[in-house]
Design a protein around this ligand. Structure first.
Ligand code: NAD
Length: 512
């Protein structure tokens, strides 16, 4: 399918409105953002960026939608999300193709991302009947004490380029069944995917007669729209996904107004492979973790901690896998690794490798920019393996590219020390069949990450669990489990149905 054909499926033209506030905003007299395909560097289409006035319209519409939506019973809200899930099922292939063209994901990963939206829609439907609070034993006679959960408001969702649709849905579908409305600022590197998603979703909103500003969109730069959102008191929650540096800025802005944040920031994830590992599983798990999405996942395996007894053999086999990775056009189903997002990402890749070498690292595979015939404008690199030392500065940073640093260990204490020696704390994995090693890794003195996996990759989380990480990853939790509580306000209720007014803690007041 040609790019024009994919665009026409979503009524996308050469220049598209970048704001949706119940209706699409104008394109005239707006600065234009060009979306380029990382596959070959070609221009896909342009998007009109929001002015401050456009932004105001978006937030006003989102707040208005919230005021109506909050009184719709949650299971009714769930019905809307069920229908959105069905619409996404119909559009899965088209959306996946657009997403692959815009951010360079392989088709299997792009389909997986849309599937993730469908899965979270299903989860949200079930959740819409399970927004429950606790009943607590009151210390006073004839008193009832309980917690209830109310919608929070219009919320702001700011997303990164590497999961240009799924991360929004993790937030938006859960928030919507909770009774919130959602204003979305997508990555400037993936505005077309966002527009297509908003179009698909709003078909259903319209059919249902739900408030038209329930799911709004505002395309624009982080410095403008991102700042407007994080400082906007009308948005009680900002859910931000992106780099640590930007996340700190957002956190500061929101904290200044005592708002709430869900921060999903960078990772620097490690896999420990012990001498008791099932080698076949470990090799596949490490290779997938390090290579999927061209090393551009927040959960990408960036550090490999190998037991000294298996060190040489494991690396030899891993290098063999790396040699056989088919790199190229991600729309070709046989390709395993597509391009990096842009030229800046290629520069970061090269800079990190240089720095690693300066600090004493030894490249054992990769470290090369590729020019692929017919795709000369694309941003392709060889996945890279570097023997490193845990004290090197560069291994403490997240370079958003397929670079894997390898370390050697002898004892589990040493493995965990290396593992936990970075500022980030998102995902982690151990490959072992030894119960003691596995339990050590999962214990309070083991992995310090929000996600801990045994015999499976650091990458590739399911939607059912709460997703997020500790330390500089920001501490936020999204998606499944009880992450929904982040999108609601808790109210503790005390009801006195007696004929006296007994006070808590035995306090006496007046004449009793
Ligand atoms: P980024 O920080 O450059 O951009 C993220 C978003 O922030 C974009 O929409 C951008 O326009 C916006 N932005 C920029 N300046 C802003 C400002 N001052 N205020 C508010 N918003 C602003 O990140 P990226 O390059 O798009 O994505 C890669 C990063 O995202 C990596 O660090 C990756 O680990 C992280 N990420 C984390 C998770 C997670 O769940 N933990 C998931 C995906 C990506």
């Amino acid at each position: 399918m040609k790019v024009e054909e994919i665009l026409s499926r979503f009524d996308l033209g050469p220049v598209n409105p970048g704001t949706f506030y119940g209706e699409w905003g104008p394109t005239e007299d707006r600065r234009l953002l060009t979306s380029f395909s990382p596959i070959d560097g070609s221009e896909i289409a342009k998007v009109a960026m929001a002015t401050k006035e456009d932004y105001e319209k978006v937030i006003e519409a989102t707040v208005k939608a919230y005021e109506e939506w909050r009184m719709v019973p949650p299971p009714k809200r769930g019905e809307l999300i069920r229908a959105i899930g069905d619409e996404l099922r119909k559009e899965k292939e088209n959306l996946a193709r657009l997403l692959a063209v815009e951010v360079g994901k392989t088709m299997t990963e792009a389909r997986g991302e849309i599937q993730e939206m469908i899965d979270i829609a299903d989860f949200a439907v079930g959740l819409s009947r399970q927004l429950y609070g606790l009943t607590i034993a009151s210390e006073r006679p004839h008193h009832r004490l309980y917690e209830q959960w109310h919608p929070l408001g219009a919320i702001g969702v700011i997303t990164a380029f590497n999961f240009p649709s799924a991360v929004w849905s993790w937030n938006a579908f859960i928030a919507a069944v909770c009774g919130d409305s959602v204003a979305w600022k997508p990555s400037s590197q993936a505005p077309l995917t966002a527009i297509a998603v908003i179009k698909v979703v709003n078909r259903v909103v319209e059919r249902f007669g739900a408030p038209r500003g329930l799911f709004t969109l505002v395309v624009g730069s982080g410095r403008e729209v991102g700042e407007w959102m994080s400082t906007d008191k009308r948005l009680p929650l900002i859910s931000f996904t992106g780099s640590v540096a930007t996340g700190k800025r957002v956190a500061e802005n929101v904290a200044k107004r005592l708002g709430r944040t869900i921060l999903e920031l960078g990772g620097n994830n490690a896999a420990i492979v012990t001498k008791h590992a099932d080698m076949k599983i470990a090799l596949k798990g490490v290779a997938f973790g390090a290579l999927a999405t061209t090393g551009q996942r927040c959960t990408t395996t960036r550090r490999l901690i190998l037991h000294e007894d298996i060190y040489d053999e494991f690396l030899e086999k891993l290098v063999e896998i790396y040699r056989n990775v088919k790199i190229g056009n991600p729309l070709d189903e046989s390709v395993l690794m597509g391009p990096l997002i842009d030229e800046k990402a290629v520069e970061s890749y090269l800079k990190a490798i240089e720095k690693a070498k300066e600090e004493g690292g030894r490249v054992i595979y990769g470290a090369e920019v590729l020019k692929i015939e017919g795709l000369e404008g694309g941003h392709y690199v060889l996945p890279t393996i570097i023997e490193a030392h845990p004290d090197m500065e560069i291994v403490k940073e997240e370079t958003f590219a397929p670079i894997l640093y390898v370390f050697k260990f002898r004892t589990m204490e040493e493995a965990i020390r290396i593992h936990n020696s970075v500022p980030q704390g998102l995902s982690s994995a151990i490959f072992t069949t030894d119960l003691r090693e596995e339990e050590y890794f999962l214990s309070a003195v083991g992995s310090d990450c929000g996600i801990a996996n045994v015999n499976t990759s650091t990458a590739g989380a399911e939607i059912g669990g709460a997703f997020g990480g500790e330390k500089e990853t920001g501490g936020g939790r999204e998606s499944g489990s009880d992450a929904w509580k982040g999108y609601m306000r808790r109210q503790t209720v005390t009801i006195n149905w007696g004929e006296d007014l007994p006070l808590a803690q035995g306090v006496k007041f007046g004449g009793d």
